[in-house]
Design a protein around this ligand. Sequence first.
Ligand SMILES: [Zn+2]
Length: 241
Amino acid sequence: MPVSVGVIDAHAHVGAFGSWAGVSCTARELLSAMDSSGVEKAVLFAPDNVLVRRSVAKHPSRLIGYVWPNPHDRGALGLVREALTDWGFKGIKLHPLLNAFLPTDEEVLPIVEFAEKQRVPVAIHSGHAPFSLPWSIGELAEIYPKVRFVMLHMGHAHGVCIKAAIDTAKRHDNIVLETSGVSMHSKIKEAVEVVGEERVMFGSDFPFHDYSVELRKVEVAGLSGKQKELVFRENALKLLF
Ligand SMILES: [Zn+2]
């Protein structure tokens, strides 16, 4: 059931995610899910950057592309440069867990420096040891105070990591928290209260999670009407693209 305010999704995928995940979707399936859930726009990223580029080109008013480099690849910085300057992509996604690096590893820094130069956000997967713990993302945010970091999943499914995500974002005002996959709805309200209503935003992580579940989680978190507007829509419009 669509929510009562317009929604921007800060985190969606296209393509196939095999191995343990076993999920996939096409751009058409994503858009159909967005339509039936009242989601106006979604930030899109996937390991297959060409597929993201093609999907965004087909639906430019609905999808916003972020580039997903593997910092271990020699061509990572070149890919990021091309995507941000030639393809019209609006940000960078990093997945320390999947691509096996620490946020502060040497090969990551030139990518974040380019984000700083281009003034685009860096969205980072959070929640899993040893590579994507909130504390490590905080260390990167401390090195680059001018870069806006979106902590995807705000610690994800582990209570201690969720608490760490909130504490870390409180310490670094260049971190924004994103709600997809977070296992405790009560922590969304806590994040809004502790970190600030302008630094928490809705994300689905479609097709890993369904819109009906992810939207409901924010709906029942106990936010005021104004806070819901900020989390579901306004913060993303201001901070993501
Ligand atoms: Zn994701």
